[in-house]
Design a binder for this molecule. Structure first.
Ligand code: PEP
Ligand code: MG
Length: 562
């Protein structure tokens, strides 16, 4: 079996299946007594699970983070809620799971009508607790890191970015998903965490019993279910070899990223959470080219406060010292849904209410983030970046808000330092007017993950058309060239934080076209540095013309492989 190799490395281990939770449909039971006792047993099981999670959370993240589970336990034991569910089982003869759903929705309706932040948090608690009860009653296997006690290969239809954010390397030694592409967020995070992964395998979970052992290659996408002894031995051997190669690349640490003929560039890293800085430092990243701040908003019931964000940004800036740290403001929407933010249901979330579009409509949310960022500027070399810019008005509005926040801080004598402001170029419209946009900002960072999907009209998550999602399409290369040239013409630096920046075949071309900064997953930095140090810029410049004039992606690839 084969999928799309999403994060290199060899996965070997027993599987753990994460099933999606589908709400129960309305149905009734014959035996009410049995349904009541099933419900009681589910409450006991839920209590056990929440206790374990509470314990792990307090241990890992501290007493205050564990409080949410204390609230869950109280909610679970609340006689009012339990009695309402039991009443529905007794009077309507509903299945316990459907009774739970009805009561959950009644509670949510009450909380929603109150419409204040505290009540919204309680609403999320009720949702969590009732969903847990329903999952137990329906025997749905979901992802709960705290409940894993031996390293597993995680199998899921899809992993949301927040599912992936919960994964820890000691418990999940690899994952495989039925959908997704190389640049879906779970794939990107797997690479940051250096967890081997395969995505876009297609439907295969139903055929699994749950007791299988899996071996897979995260590079080629090859999967073996219950592999033979010889395949296990081969993968163990390849794993060792890969470790040796990684070890050998360490000689690149502390070397400058400079070509043989003296052209120097910066190799930075993409991160999703403050802890990822450890991977950046271990791999000698020269900066952070993209901190996807939206991950700070995930796995919680409400937005992080200004103080929480300030602490997170500060810790990254301090850890990086003088090195540049590009923090991107909230990029929600698309495949990054945050349940407590009120997003409308959209037909095309990737073409919808996303990132800067959402932020400019939510002044309090956005200004809270801007305040936290600007306050944190004193702790290092901060650069603030805005995602999904498609026109000049968005930049101007954003800059006005930044100025308002600065005035507000100055009035309160809160210090901040000068910082650069930049934008992602990830929409073809922005690339095409990049000459104008360049006059408004201090830098560009090209987001090829989205730029490819919007240029070629290929959903980055859809495995059926994954072949069409090509970083070698001449249209993409032409747009990149245009953005770099326009940026340089206006005297600003141009970086790239999409996955293309770490693509070994494209690095020589990007270098030739004059890209100033390459930002990639930490695990790719040393390899990229080795490539750059082996090149002569004067030689690779000859690649540019033929590639720009190539007929299609195949021809581009051929030229780059010569
Ligand atoms: C991109 O689109 O290339 C990018 C870096 O942003 P994200 O992957 O978070 O959408
Ligand atoms: Mg993007």
């Amino acid at each position: 079996m084969k999928g799309i190799g999403a994060s290199p490395g060899y996965g070997l281990g027993p599987i753990l299946i994460k099933e999606d939770f589908v709400e129960p449909i309305k149905s009734t039971v014959e035996d009410v007594e049995k349904a009541l006792s099933l419900f009681d047993a589910a409450v006991l099981q839920a209590e056990k699970e929440i206790e374990v999670i509470k314990h792990h959370t307090i241990e890992k993240m501290g007493e205050s983070e564990g409080e949410i589970f204390v609230a869950h336990l109280m909610m679970l034991k609340d006689p009012e809620m339990q009695n309402q569910i039991k009443d529905k089982i007794k009077k309507e003869q509903y299945t316990p799971e459907y009774a739970t759903l009805e009561v959950r929705d009644a509670f949510i309706a009450i909380f929603e009508s109150m419409n204040n932040a505290y009540m919204r948090e309680r609403m999320a608690d009720v949702k969590d607790v009732c969903n847990r009860l329903m999952r137990i009653l329906m025997d749905v296997r979901t992802l709960d890191m705290s409940l894993i006690d031996e390293p597993v290969i995680l199998i899921a239809h899809d992993l949301t970015p927040s599912d992936t954010a919960m994964i820890t390397k000691d418990k999940v030694v690899g994952f495989i998903t039925e959908i997704g592409g190389k640049t879906s967020h779970s794939a990107i995070m797997a690479r940051t965490m250096e967890i081997p992964a395969i995505v876009g395998v297609g439907a295969f979970m139903d055929a699994l019993k749950g007791d299988e052992f899996i071996g897979f290659d995260g590079e080629t996408g090859e999967i073996f279910i219950n592999p033979s002894e010889s395949i296990i031995r081969e993968y163990e051997y390849l794993k060792l070899e890969a470790d040796k190669k990684r070890q050998a690349l360490k000689e690149m640490i502390n070397q400058p990223s400079v070509t043989k003929d003296g052209h120097e560039v910066e190799i930075g890293c993409n991160i999703g959470q403050p802890n990822d800085v450890d991977f950046v430092l271990a791999n000698d990243g020269e900066g952070i080219g993209l901190f996807r701040s939206e991950f700070l908003y995930m796995d919680r019931n409400s937005s992080p406060t200004e103080e929480e964000q300030y602490e997170a940004y500060k810790s990254v800036l301090l850890a990086m010292g003088e090195k540049p740290v590009v923090i991107r403001t909230l990029d929600v929407g698309g495949d990054k849904q945050i349940p407590y933010l009120d997003f409308p249901k959209e037909e095309n979330p990737f073409l919808g209410y996303r990132a800067i579009r959402y932020c400019l409509d939510h002044e309090e949310l956005f200004k809270t983030q801007l305040r936290a960022l600007i306050r944190a500027s004193v702790h290092g070399n901060l650069k603030i970046m805005f995602p999904m810019i498609s026109n000049i008005r968005e930049i101007r509005s954003t800059k006005e808000w930044i100025n308002e926040v600065k005035v507000e801080l100055s009035e309160k004598n809160i210090p901040y330092k000068d910082f650069e402001i930049g934008i992602m170029i990830e929409i073809p419209a922005a690339a095409l007017i990049s000459d104008q946009l360049a006059k408004e900002v201090d830098f560009f960072s090209i987001g090829t993950n989205d730029l490819i999907q919007y240029t070629t009209a290929v959903d980055r998550m859809n495995q059926q058309i994954a072949d069409l999602y090509s970083p070698y399409h001449p249209a993409l290369i032409r747009l990149i060239k245009m953005v770099i040239d326009n940026g340089h013409e206006a005297g600003i630096w141009v970086g790239m934080c999409g996955e293309v920046a770490g693509n070994e075949k494209l690095i020589p071309l990007l270098l030739a076209m004059g890209l100033d900064e390459f930002s990639m997953s930490p695990s790719s930095v040393l390899k990229a540095r080795k490539i750059i140090r082996s090149l002569n810029r004067r030689e690779v410049i000859s690649l540019v013309e033929p590639v720009l004039n190539a007929e299609d992606a195949h021809e581009v690839l051929e030229i780059l492989t010569l």
